[in-house]
Design a binder for this molecule. Structure first.
Ligand code: UT7
Length: 334
């Protein structure tokens, strides 16, 4: 097995303070706690207060990641922010993050791959470090989805939440834990445009610029055909995870944990069982945070490492699928 080129040097996450429970939603739309729990596994989600913007959450997570990495913002060579809920259409949210964490002059840009955004960002950071072009790359997955959810649409509003997770990626430097080389071992990225219309925010871009009619039609809000995504999610998460394992000559039995995107407990359960993994290797926090899109994997991984559940030397498979549809997997040794 080749030595990893890069590894996660530090992580952090931020969850906003407001808790919106299923019982709160019962008062807003025609739904029930029982339906939401049975179909999704979600019991509550976090909502950002009105005064907060996406880059605030990203910066809070990034500062914690830098602290754990024992680096300063000026040590960063690049900031990559994966988000579909930017502060503004232009400039990139990464620019505001740069300012808020006190980084200077490093290229800073956004990455739009929806729920797969963090895995895509990790893969890019690994390539940049492997090539020698960069030394320290900050990858943030952050979403303020409560601003783009139609709170009168029961088919979507029960699913999503706000939050941020960040990782500072740097040279693996031969680091070892429990006789295993620590680092990013393999990554896979995929996109299939045939399902592009299954999950969209249709308005606000060049196709349908914002207008009073577009606002009236709620084109600035999330529109989703959940069943379309559900069907491909299980299949694609399984195949790309298998490909990431095949690249390493590994099987599911070589993994300590699977850290899947938290979209729906049923999707995760099915994907994990198709990979032949026992359920007790599956990390999950969907019950408390809902679907935070690109933020979901780094929040879950950071919580799991900080709680001591995932330990240095553990092999973790991450996998995510979302709008695009885009999906990806990564195997790391923590
Ligand atoms: O992270 C981004 C990627 N997104 C995903 O991965 C989401 C993938 N899809 C899903 O997770 C599921 O499709 C949902 C959770 C969105 C929906 O669950 P489902 O089991 O696929 O439900 P469904 O869409 O087939 O709807 C079943 C019924 C419908 O009623 P009828 O037509 O059978 O009378 C819906 O109108 O459930 C109804 N329904 C609800 N009922 C109570 C839909 N949403 C709700 C709700 N409360 N919140």
């Amino acid at each position: 097995m080749t030595q990893p080129a890069s590894r996660i040097l530090g992580m952090g996450h931020f969850l906003p303070p407001i808790v919106r429970t299923n019982s709160d939603l019962e008062k807003m739309v025609d739904t029930s706690d029982a339906w939401i729990v049975e179909r999704t596994g979600i019991r509550e989600r976090r909502i950002a207060p009105e005064s907060m913007v996406t880059s605030d959450m990203a910066a809070a997570a990034a500062k914690l990641a830098l602290e754990q990495a024992e680096l300063e913002a000026k040590d960063l060579d690049m900031i990559l922010v994966a988000t579909v809920t930017p502060d503004v259409p232009m400039p990139a949210t990464a620019v505001f993050v740069q300012e808020k964490i006190g980084a200077s002059n490093c290229p800073s840009m956004d990455l739009s791959a929806a729920c797969a955004g963090f895995v895509f960002g990790l893969s890019l950071a690994d390539s940049l470090i492997r090539s020698g072009a960069m030394r320290h790359v900050l990858v943030v997955g952050v979403e303020l989805l409560s601003r783009v959810v139609d709170w009168s649409d029961r088919t979507t509003c029960v699913l999503f939440g706000d939050g941020a997770g960040a990782a500072v990626v740097g040279p693996a430097g031969g680091a070892m834990a429990r006789d295993r080389p620590r680092g990013i071992m393999s990554t896979r990225m995929n996109t299939d445009a045939t399902l592009a219309n299954s999950l969209t925010i249709p308005g606000g871009g060049s196709a349908r610029p914002m207008s009073p009619i577009a606002l009236e039609q709620k084109l600035n809000k999330i529109h989703m055909r959940g069943q379309d995504i559900f069907k491909v999610a299980v299949k694609n998460l399984q195949s790309s995870s298998q490909a990431a394992l095949d690249d390493l000559g590994m099987t599911g039995a070589d993994l300590d944990w699977i850290c899947p995107h938290q979209a729906n407990l049923r999707i995760i359960d099915l994907a994990v069982s198709k990979l032949g993994l026992p359920r007790d290797k599956m990390l999950t926090n969907i019950e408390r945070v809902g679907n935070t899109s690109s933020a979901s994997i780094p929040i879950l991984l950071d919580e799991s490492v900080k709680s001591g559940k995932v330990r240095p030397g553990d092999r973790v498979l991450m996998c995510a699928l979302g709008a695009g549809i885009s999906w990806g997997s990564a195997v790391i040794t923590v």
